[in-house]
Design a protein around this ligand. Sequence first.
Ligand SMILES: Cc1cc2nc3c(=O)[nH]c(=O)nc-3n(C[C@H](O)[C@H](O)[C@H](O)COP(=O)(O)O)c2cc1C
Ligand code: SF4
Length: 595
Amino acid sequence: MLHRGLSEILARHRYEPGRLVQILRDVMQAEGYLSPPTITAVAEALRVPRSQVEGVAGFYAFFATEFRGRYRVLFSDNITDEMQGSGELRRRMLDAFHLELGEVSRDGQVSVGLTACTGLCDQGPAMLVNGRPIARLTPARIGAISALIRGGSPVEQWPDNLFTIDTHVERRDRLLDTVVEPGAALDAAITRGATGTLAELRASELRGRGGAGFSAGQKWTACAAAPGPERYIVCNADEGEPGTFKDRVLLTTHIGQLLEGMTVAAHAVGAQRGFIYLRGEYPFLEPIVEAALAARRGAGLLGRDVRGVRGFDFDIEVHHGAGAYVCGEESALIESLEGKRGIPRNRPPYPVTHGYLGKPTVVNNVETLIAAAQIALHGGAWFRTLGTPKSAGTKILSVSGDVARPGIYEYPFGVTVKQVLADAGAERAQAVQVGGPSGVLLAAHEFGRRIAFEDVPSAGAFMVFDETRDIVRVVDNFARFFAHESCGFCTPCRVGTTLVKHMMGRLTAGEGSRRDLKDLTRVTRLMKSSSQCGLGHTAGNPVVDALEKFKPAFVDRLPSLDVRPVFDLDAALGPAREATGRDDPGAHFGHGEET
Ligand SMILES: Cc1cc2nc3c(=O)[nH]c(=O)nc-3n(C[C@H](O)[C@H](O)[C@H](O)COP(=O)(O)O)c2cc1C
Ligand code: SF4
């Protein structure tokens, strides 16, 4: 394909270095990998250093710099997929091609590997084939897929029903039920004026739905007040947290309201350009989003002089992620939008003043922006009538795991965990992971607690584990996830997540010691206090919670009461001490502490 195909891809992306991630994604689709000559050609065409293209090619999980086969099969390694039998199906497929995990077949036809959660936890087990998701895997489906691969049928020609993604909305409340006719919220915002819209949003007390819960009104107001003429609106649709899939459903069912919310935001802060950063695992949403964008352009709701307002020019483009969870972190996401590796920035300054291209930028979650459209139409007081004192409105939960009815559940904030479990048909639940691996692991005695910023905050994931599940194995899965997703920029997270993965691996295999349990506590504490971004701050959460609430599950697994560690943490940190020139007591784990 090199040169003609590549030229077409580059032209489609206007030879913009900022679209480097998009360009490499398209090359991956066409070629299956990013060869050294392709990397050189892209660098030359975009007039950027080759090292930049190579760095980006090596950063994202969905990019490969070596040939990985004509069919690249990646099974979701999420814990709920594992609970639904993913391991057995994977083994079946590996056996069918006489492969080991990660290996490419000798004839270059196929490789089978693992990927992080694919956002299909309500219909797992799931896999990606050449980037396209296939859900509800069964032995029969694995047989059919293996036959298609063996027959050399192009993935584009596989039966459509293999790629069907279902939408399970199990409980609706105000956000899902409110209708906003195209342009209605925008008209209300234009009538009210930018200052009025900002006041209304502050009055609503809407807090961000992507995790941190920051006030949307304050964020928009700060962006509007930042100096300079250029501003940007970014919709964070990266949704990488294992167990979360509500944005996938919202993008399918409420795309018009999302675009309306982004346009309201643009009017309120004075932005000219918007981006939707779409999770790489959701290519099937692209036609839905593009069709909605085209319809709004046709209706004068995007483009020049939006809604007839002179000088109100605003349009939105879609950027695709490429399999990096850390790119959900807003500053890493902006780096990715600029065509770079998704390394989180030092903060402050925050994106509201120094975001995309260093300009004021609002970054909001999908659910937040839909709520903002509804607030623009119905007002802040209307929104405030639901929820709890510190959590206005409703929350959409992605419920999966050991429940009879996995799917999307919307509740006013303040709903108890117990209520959600009852509605979803959970029997004999022993634990719920709320907010994904970076969130909170709740034990049964805590099921009376409430989903709300003042009690159990959640970006949306709600994974249920019944009494038959092994909590140590669950935490081991989360530990592997964080070690894989750490961007490696800062030492506490890079080294810490790897150490935790190793220690959890040993403990899960029944080879741990009491000393390992203590080391886990020390390492997770260090990660929380010294990491650069939210990934490192939260990566230890499941370990800390499980050690506190499910200690017997760990202790029962210890082979003996021997205190000798199977993993010598201090020795493992030796090279790091040598590199940094540190040998003071603080650079040692065991010294001065009881073991
Ligand atoms: C590692 C990491 C991953 C994140 N992933 C997402 C994500 O997938 N979607 C999201 O909306 N926010 C995510 N966030 C939070 C964003 O940084 C940011 O707070 C959010 O997009 C702001 O929007 P909101 O105020 O509407 O919640 C993530 C944060 C971290 C630290
Ligand atoms: S905390 Fe982890 S993910 Fe965040 S910057 Fe450091 S290494 Fe990267």
